[in-house]
Design a protein around this ligand. Structure first.
Ligand code: ATP
Length: 303
């Protein structure tokens, strides 16, 4: 649905995207993650034609974004990290305004607004001024404004920031619903623990470059997370673990060790046997399924 080839963007005195190439799968939710300043916002702005790249190509649903920025806005919705609402307008008026701005067919606007406020659980607030809404409701209205014209692609920059756990949970459900209806979503987020709830794919940006483009759905065997506690610290343990096949990121905190491990049951057995043979003083040993956060840390560490 989205293809980016050799994209480079530069602010005065600052390289923000450096030869970025990746693709975003159709009808899936792709999480765009990375440390502060990695270039996530810049990439989303290039995708939505708000910034013009220095070089490279972007196509969205077959449309060349750089050549035809207006066309791309017909098929795309964008929720920026800092969005403004018209506080003096009601929810209904705000959505009406955005529908008109997108040239939505006049006779159909009324029905579309009802559909959107229902989906966003804002029906009972429809005629209230946006200035009176809570943070979570404002966020939902901003998403409503971004989807009023039924875009095929929705870009969301840090949509969960500032929301309470319940609001974040309902946001994840909304993402699923939008995907079910055929939309392709790109969500930039810092809240890694929550990506497991909705992300199908993960794209990691680091210092303006793509670190990894892994499709989680297809990576059934992403490995496990192994955690163990020691009776006392062992100085050579890290170096020893690094030599073992399948061992990924290792985190050591005094007597507690955690590592990602990509291997089958027999290899897990070999790992445990190796530790015991090496007389590593293990007091507790756990195996957990690796989550998206573990994978992210694993990938970032390797790059
Ligand atoms: P965060 O997670 O903190 O929001 P990000 O991954 O979204 O960060 P960007 O906002 O895209 O990163 O910034 C990428 C780089 O470009 C950073 O080094 C940033 O300082 C720089 N940058 C961003 N906007 C501007 C600007 N308007 N002028 C100059 N440099 C900028």
């Amino acid at each position: 649905m989205i293809r980016i080839d050799h994209l480079t963007f530069e602010y005065p005195n600052q390289f923000a995207l450096n030869d970025v190439s990746c693709s975003f799968q159709k009808n899936a939710i792709t999480a765009l993650v990375g440390p502060n300043g990695a270039g996530k916002t810049t990439l989303l702005k290039c995708l939505s034609a708000l910034l013009k790249p220095y070089s490279g190509h972007i196509t969205v649903d077959g449309i060349d974004v750089i050549e035809n920025p207006r066309d791309v806005n017909k098929v795309m919705g964008f929720l920026p990290d800092f969005f403004g609402l018209y506080d003096e307008l009601t929810i209904y008026q705000s959505l009406y305004y955005f529908a008109l701005a997108h040239n939505f067919e006049h006779d159909l606007i009324e029905n579309r607004i009802v559909e959107v406020v229902e989906r966003l659980a804002l029906s009972n607030k429809m005629h209230e001024k946006t200035g009176t809404l809570s943070r979570g409701m404002r966020q939902r209205l901003a998403i409503g404004q971004a989807i009023i014209h039924r875009p095929k692609v929705l870009l969301l920059d840090e949509p969960a920031s500032g929301l309470d756990p319940e609001a974040r949970h309902s946001l994840a459900l909304l993402f699923h619903e939008l995907k079910e209806q055929g939309m392709t979503l790109v969500v930039s987020s810092h809240i890694l623990a929550e990506l497991d709830a909705y992300a199908d794919n993960l794209i990691i940006l680091k210092e303006g470059k793509v670190s990894e483009n892994s499709i989680l759905k297809e990576v059934e065997n992403v490995g496990v997370k192994i955690e163990f506690s020691l009776l006392f610290e062992v100085a050579s343990l890290r170096a020893d673990l690094e030599k073992i096949k399948g061992v990924g990121a290792i985190f050591m905190d005094h007597k507690n060790v955690s590592l990602t491990f990509n291997g089958d049951e027999a290899e897990q057995h070999e790992l445990l046997k190796h530790l015991l043979n090496a007389k590593v003083p293990i007091s507790q040993f756990y195996i957990k399924k690796a989550n998206i956060q573990d994978q992210y840390l694993d990938i970032v560490r390797k790059n």
